[in-house]
Design a binder for this molecule. Structure first.
Ligand code: GRF
Length: 190
């Protein structure tokens, strides 16, 4: 799993791991984040992969670390770096991301604030395969979350997180069981 921050999705995936999948390595691009503490607490190996100054080198370092840990998929959760094409070549159809909006609405770094700024009534969560564009690949699952008139970014993100913590383990379990097939832009569940 690739993380940069608090790691609540990592925690949700840790809590559901064991039967269908295990987490072989947690990679963070920055030290001393809560996600690393969660990994250490669960006795999951973790590594800091620092930004070497270019995306190609960073992607290679991440993939090499993942290969050394013999993992089969890269699962991004709050990872604040964009991986290069090499990750998709080395883990084809095996790179997942979660995003707190109903993509293709509000891609990018500030989806929750953008949702509120836009005044939309329905927010949501998307789990998707990563492709060469940011927050863009084939959609695995989505769920809507209503926006309350007095929501702040914090209160809305909290409700989005609750949905994330259910959807992401479901999606990773489905991937591990071989239940997800990509057909063009669509993901077929079996
Ligand atoms: C989540 O809302 C995720 O959708 C987004 O970044 C946030 C990460 O939260 N990509 P956490 O680190 O898993 O708590």
């Amino acid at each position: 799993m690739l993380v940069s921050g608090s790691g609540t999705n990592l925690q949700a995936l840790i809590d559901r791991s064991g039967q269908d999948y295990t987490i072989g390595l947690v990679i963070s691009d920055r030290p001393a984040v809560r996600a690393i503490e969660r990994a250490a607490h669960a006795f999951i190996p973790w590594e800091i992969v620092e930004w070497p100054g270019d995306r190609g080198g960073f992607t290679r370092d991440v993939c090499d670390a993942a290969d050394r840990a013999e993992v089969e998929a890269l699962v991004l959760a709050g990872f604040m770096r964009i991986l290069g094409a090499e990750a998709l070549e080395r883990f084809p159809s095996r790179v997942l991301n979660i995003h707190p909006s109903l993509l293709p609405a509000f891609p990018g770094r500030t989806p929750v604030a953008d949702t509120l700024d836009h005044g939309v009534r329905v927010a949501g969560v998307t789990v998707h395969f990563v492709d060469e564009r940011v927050d863009h690949g084939p959609i695995i699952s989505q769920e809507a979350v209503g926006v309350d008139p007095d929501d702040t970014a914090f209160s809305l993100h909290q409700r989005l997180h609750e949905v994330e913590h259910r959807l992401y383990p479901e999606a990773v379990t489905a991937l591990a069981r071989g239940r997800l097939r990509i057909d063009g832009r669509k993901v077929i569940w079996s």
